[in-house]
Design a protein around this ligand. Structure first.
Ligand SMILES: [Zn+2]
Length: 478
């Protein structure tokens, strides 16, 4: 297939489970992971007749917080609606969701993109409840309602993506935001963050949006999301290529390779017969309340990234690594609060490269991240070599012994005593007469001889001084 002829038009719907203690409309414990089936249930989340839902205030606070973080307008009067459809794991026969007055709407999020920053428009952020779970085993279907009624935030974007890279960048950034706000762990392996993809393909030469869209539901990881996009672009482009239009439908994942199969042709909104939930009154989110929630929002990933790059002079890639999750940036910020600003960019580099590569399970309780500063300073002042620096870091990290002590014990201090280096260089030159005589024709010999001296000194000599000494000796020999 030719590439470049067609391009995708992609929108996302993301479901995020809030980490509240109780469920959305009842007092059941929402932390059901690995619990026995149907042990976190009550008449409300089992959908028994006569049971009345009571909205969870903490869940609404979380949803408002995310909507504000995504620059949404907040509906001063919000309400819940019933979305009617039949599904075995939906015991009421409807899901309590939000239809025409979602908590937040008309927002946006900026993502870095190869062609500069890109703004993705957010259509809406609303609150709903999760469904139960069907388990198909040995030809039987079992139902577990532990997940039924767990608070779920839905974020819907406009179809603003035209490549899979932007989609994954967005998904990762959104996961970061949710973790920064501490409203969900967004652990995809536990199903706490799920994606729904709306994708169609159009000729690259037209600006007009396609007149169909294909929906792929329940994608549980970013890598599968990426694969589904690749395969859908290919599948839909082939249909267009043959002169037909792909049909509007919902497709489901078959396996983790990203392959999908048709499930049903897409319901129109009318199919859900939305109507206001009569058992829950209107909810007022007044300005004072919104301001109060807003004041709780800490520095978010994009702002943090900009500050790291512009104020702290940290390289972009390094900064991206450090801001990736709260635990990582918190440890970093705590450590740099005690060190001199001028060393921060170097500290960041060592932290993101050398420190990240250590096996965190081996970390000794007494190890302090600030010690890294001592190691960096010693490397910079050429008291120890870079290689020794890494060795000291590893030893400090696993034993909890201070860097200085390790440098002493292992005798890692760089030898810059020129007498000692002179005599070693002399020995090396005498042992390599052929190389010495080749020096006039082949200047590369210098590096070879310097290497030999460094090796003889166990890598602990100051390479600049050694180079000077060897160079002057070769000159006086010639
Ligand atoms: Zn319940």
């Amino acid at each position: 297939m030719q590439t470049g002829l067609y391009e995708p038009v992609i929108g996302l719907e993301i479901h995020i489970q809030s980490k509240t203690l109780s469920k959305m409309f009842c007092g059941c414990d929402a932390r059901y992971f690995q619990s026995d089936p149907n042990t976190h249930t009550c008449p409300v989340c089992l959908g028994l007749p006569g049971a009345l839902p009571v909205p969870n205030k903490a869940a609404i606070n979380y949803c408002v917080k995310l909507a504000i973080a995504l620059n949404c307008k907040i509906n001063e009067n919000t309400k819940f609606d019933r979305k009617n459809y039949f599904y075995p794991d939906l015991p009421k026969g409807f899901q309590i969701s939000q239809y025409d007055s979602p908590i937040g709407h008309t927002g946006n999020m900026e993502i870095p993109s190869p062609s500069g920053n890109k703004t993705v428009r957010i259509t809406r952020v609303h609150q709903e409840e999760d469904t139960g779970k069907s388990i198909h085993e040995n030809g039987e279907t079992y139902l577990d309602y532990n997940k039924s009624g767990v608070p779920l935030i839905e974020v819907v974007t406009e179809p603003d993506f035209n490549n899979k890279e932007d989609v994954t960048t967005f998904a990762k950034r959104l996961r970061q935001i949710v973790r920064y706000l501490d409203i969900s762990n967004a652990d995809m392996e536990k199903g706490e963050m799920r994606f729904e993809l709306n994708i169609s393909v159009k000729s690259s030469s037209t600006k007009e949006l396609p007149n169909y869209k294909v929906e792929v539901k329940n994608i549980g990881s970013i890598s599968v999301l990426e694969k589904v996009i690749e395969l859908e672009i290919e599948r839909q482009s082939e249909i267009l290529e043959s002169g037909q239009t792909p049909i509007q439908e919902t497709r489901g994942l078959i396996d983790m390779s990203g392959k999908t199969a048709s499930q049903r042709t897409k319901e129109a909104e009318a199919g859900y017969r939305y109507f206001p939930e009569p058992d829950i009154p209107l909810i007022e989110l007044n300005k004072a309340y919104v301001e109060r929630i807003k004041a709780e929002i800490i520095e978010l990933p994009n702002e943090k990234l900009a500050r790291y790059i512009n104020k702290l002079n940290i390289d972009r890639d390094i900064a991206e690594n450090i801001i990736s999750d709260p635990e990582t940036y918190q440890a970093f910020e705590q450590a740099i609060s005690k060190i001199d600003n001028t060393i921060v960019p170097l500290f960041a580099k060592w932290y993101a490269v050398e420190y990240f590569s250590l096996d965190q399970a081996q970390k000794h309780n007494d190890f302090k991240l600030e010690w890294l500063t001592e190691i960096i300073k010693k490397v910079e002042q050429r008291e120890i070599t870079r290689t020794s620096g890494k060795e000291v870091l590893l030893a400090s990290f696993t034993t909890g012994v201070m860097p200085d002590k390790i440098i002493e014990e292992k005798g890692l201090r760089v030898i810059s005593d020129s007498n000692e280096l002179e005599s070693e260089a002399q020995r090396v030159l005498e042992g390599n007469p052929k190389a010495v005589s080749d020096y006039q024709k082949n200047p590369n010999v210098l590096m070879f001889l310097v290497g030999q001296v460094m090796k003889a000194m166990g890598g602990k000599a100051d390479v600049k001084i050694v180079t000077e000494i060897v160079k002057s000796k070769l000159k006086s020999n010639g």
